[in-house]
Design a protein around this ligand. Sequence first.
Ligand code: NAD
Length: 357
Amino acid sequence: MNSSIRVAVNGYGVIGKRVADAVRLQDDMILTGVADVVTDYRIQAVLERGISLYAATPEALSAMRGAGLSPAGTLDELVAASDLVVDCTPKRVAAGNRERYLAAGRKAIFQGGESHELTGFSFIASLNYADAIGRDLVRVVSCNTTALGRVVGALHRAGLVRHARAVLFRRGTDAWESHLNAPLNTVVPETRTPSHQGPDLQTILPELDIVTMAARGPFDLGHVHFTMVETSRPVAVDEVLSVLRDAPRVAFVRSDDGIAAQNSIVELMRDLGRPRGDLWEVAIWEDALAVRPDGGEIYLVYHVPNEAIVIPETIDAIRGMAGFEPDAARSMARTDASLGIRRRFGAMPRPAEATSA
Ligand SMILES: NC(=O)c1ccc[n+]([C@@H]2O[C@H](COP(=O)([O-])OP(=O)(O)OC[C@H]3O[C@@H](n4cnc5c(N)ncnc54)[C@H](O)[C@@H]3O)[C@@H](O)[C@H]2O)c1
């Protein structure tokens, strides 16, 4: 490999466009191009950002040429010009590309819509970065599993979890396609218990006792998790706060600072000028965090920004697979600095800061 990792993105949708932008922010990565099959407005940003556009199928090549989009070539040509492909095509489409990447001798990252078995290795940077080093195939787990891994995984690593139970309120649709298929004025429970996210996290932390239940609702700003953790020993709120303040890509917000709901978080991200209003962190409501008086159970509620949360993990997966950075903390610090990841949002100092002032 060269001194920079040449990265291709296949599928320029919710995840792919964010991965492409994040790759362009890294000084050890080069975006070789993006491939897709559509020819409509969704391609405008590719062209205006000066990204090379490739056609993912023969039909798309003709359609793109017919539409005057001047694609730079085919997916196979893009793959050949790259060291690694991040496949961000829709759920289960990506699985069909696995052999194509391997036959070309290229590394590939898949997203959470694919099964763990496709790669045999699922990834969350703060939990198993070292095991990704040098791998050819990695699956970055879904947005919900990433959030559970960052929050419950951090408590688990601190030795605090006897078992965890989480209820996941999932967004009903992604905003770009909300005209097509969104629940209205209803909640749709998943009938399979546990829902897949708990077992998914166990592909990374097999010893963790976790059960998740999930439902979809009529909103598109992200997911919300209500998580209850029975502790392995009595704990105090301060200890829980301290563990989570040190946990990578977890940021605190406060309801009494006006961040009362998901829409306040999204509005703040827009006001801060973040690209697409993205939040890459899990946002935990600090003033909703509670511990049972005997220290036996922790109660948490947090916002999971489904569109953006897996982007920093994908960047770390690229760096680890390329073998460019052996140290998880250094890779994460580099990724976090490039994106501007933070540990707290809001104007109010936290209570400890206020009382010591
Ligand atoms: N949307 C989310 O909130 C979210 C969060 C985390 C992980 N994921 C996972 O990321 C992956 C991508 O999901 P998404 O939400 O970005 O999907 P999306 O539908 O927003 O984007 C998919 C893109 O792939 C393109 N595409 C379709 N068929 C293609 C083909 N054969 N070849 C090349 N491109 C093709 C589409 O035109 C579209 O631009 C899935 O595995 C999903 O489960 C999604």
